[in-house]
Design a protein around this ligand. Structure first.
Ligand SMILES: Nc1nc2c(c(=O)[nH]1)N[C@H]1C(S)=C(S)[C@@H](COP(=O)(O)O)O[C@H]1N2
Ligand SMILES: [Mo]
Length: 427
């Protein structure tokens, strides 16, 4: 039996240890702290002397056990019961832009239901020429599209209105995920049902609801329905997870997460908004004078530094430091992100990992050097409309302190000399 595919051959190991030994005297630690010689390289390690797990061990993989801290978390005191509750994406521990479904935040009003494809139905009714009921497989026969979009709950950062409260980017900004969706444009289904009966579409609405007990009904203007709304059945290449609406959810790009109806059951064409619970008593913004602002569907530009942050302190001491975070806008693409180390007095422009995509999350990096000094880290997003993410003070001036939803203010992390970070506010 041969022993191939196991790792470096003895001769290569000898070569490496020889090289390290020869260089040991001359090689000092590099700027990043990487140094030679290192016994993990020069000495034979257990993982190189036996076999790993066979390919039949893991038909569907989970992250390796060493990553078991990268999980959704909830805040127990926020809600009375987990059935109508929220958990948070571990954004402090992720990189890139795509959120794995397994740790993408969940928000349910009556729990995540289990619905088989064979039991699934989608009805289009109301002011249409032919009311229709689609099966899951009917949807798969229609031309489909693919897009990456963020979904942010309007309540994201809602606990931070009165002052800095939750200590971690996961909790202050983790009601967001960003996925690649595959689905059929809602426009296609509405056209299939025929919109002659609706007459002038300008002032028409749709009312969408889910199969779950809460139904989560929402009104959406027809102009949006005919624009970029998707009836999605895949996310990040695979079927939607149960908790994200399996087998079919609505994707409403750039608009608040509450409108992204999961387990989509019905789309009714109407001549007025329904004014349901989710768009009156909830998901409206109570202003300083007590009046409620409604129809605030779009998510304004926002950003957060994910590392360093309270759950991702600087652990390597002074030297090179990568400051990174996420930025997004419901109005289009992110064009620029600035980072401040002094609480907003001075700003440096960060590097976008890739050009921003419309209504999708962008990743930014500021490659810098940390001398071990205290930092007041902030990030500020700018989108393609020229809109600049506001400070907390600027937002409060317009909105007062009665709001829960739509807090897109600049976040501050106080990084201390030991590298630990804390959620603070600067005035
Ligand atoms: N049918 C149904 N759709 C729903 C909900 C729900 O409880 N039931 N919650 C809404 C809310 S408030 C948000 S923020 C998003 C969250 O989507 P996610 O659970 O995939 O993160 O779904 C929305 N769609
Ligand atoms: Mo939400």
């Amino acid at each position: 039996m041969t022993q191939s595919f196991k790792g470096p051959t003895p001769s290569r190991r000898q070569f490496l240890s020889g090289a390290a030994a020869a260089g040991a005297g001359a090689v000092a630690a590099s700027a990043s702290g990487a140094a030679t010689p290192d016994p993990k390289i020069t000495e034979l390690q257990p993982w190189a002397t036996g076999f790993g797990e066979g390919v039949d061990a893991t038909p569907y993989g989970m992250p390796i056990e060493f990553e078991d801290h990268v999980i959704r978390r909830n805040v127990e005191w926020l809600t009375a019961d987990t059935i109508s509750s929220i958990n948070f994406t571990p954004i402090h521990a992720l990189d890139g832009t795509i959120t794995p479904q397994g740790c993408a935040f969940e928000r349910h009003h009556s729990g995540a239901i289990e619905l088989r494809k064979e039991d699934y139905r989608l009805m289009i009714n109301g002011l249409v020429d032919r009311p229709l009921v689609f099966s899951y497989w009917d949807l798969e026969r229609l031309p489909r599209e693919q897009h990456v979009y963020f979904c942010e709950c309007a309540a994201n950062s809602g606990m931070e209105w009165a002052g800095a409260q939750l200590n971690g980017a996961q909790f202050t900004h983790g009601m967001i995920h960003n996925m690649e969706y595959t689905g059929v444009p809602l426009r296609t289904l509405l056209q299939e049902a025929g919109l002659e009966a609706a007459g002038d579409l300008e002032d028409k609405w749709i009312y969408v609801e889910g199969h779950d007990a809460s139904s989560n009904g929402r009104s959406i203007p027809m102009s949006k329905a005919m624009d970029d709304v998707l009836v999605a059945f895949k996310a990040n290449g695979e079927a939607l997870r149960k908790e994200h609406g399996y087998p079919v959810r609505l994707v409403v790009p750039g608009w608040e997460g509450n409108m992204w109806v999961k387990w989509l059951r019905r789309v009714e064409v109407t001549d007025a908004a329904v004014e349901s619970r989710e768009e009156t008593s909830k998901y409206t913004d109570v202003l300083e004078d007590g009046t409620a602002r409604k129809w605030t569907w779009e998510m304004d530009a926002k950003s957060v530094i994910t590392s360093p942050s309270p759950q991702a302190p600087i652990q390597h001491g002074p030297g090179p430091l990568v400051i990174t975070g996420l930025a997004w806008s419901g109005h289009g693409a992110i064009t620029r992100v600035d980072v401040s180390k002094d609480g907003g007095k001075t700003w440096e422009t960060a590097r976008l990992a890739q050009p921003g995509d419309p209504k999708a999350v962008a990743r930014f990096y500021l490659d810098t050097t940390w001398e071990g000094e205290e930092l007041l880290l902030q990030s500020r997003a700018i989108d393609e409309t020229g809109y600049v993410q506001p400070t907390k003070a600027q937002l409060r001036e317009v909105r007062g302190l009665n709001s829960i939803y739509h807090n897109n203010a600049i976040q501050t992390w106080h990084v201390k000399t030991n590298g630990e970070a804390e959620n603070v506010e600067v005035s």
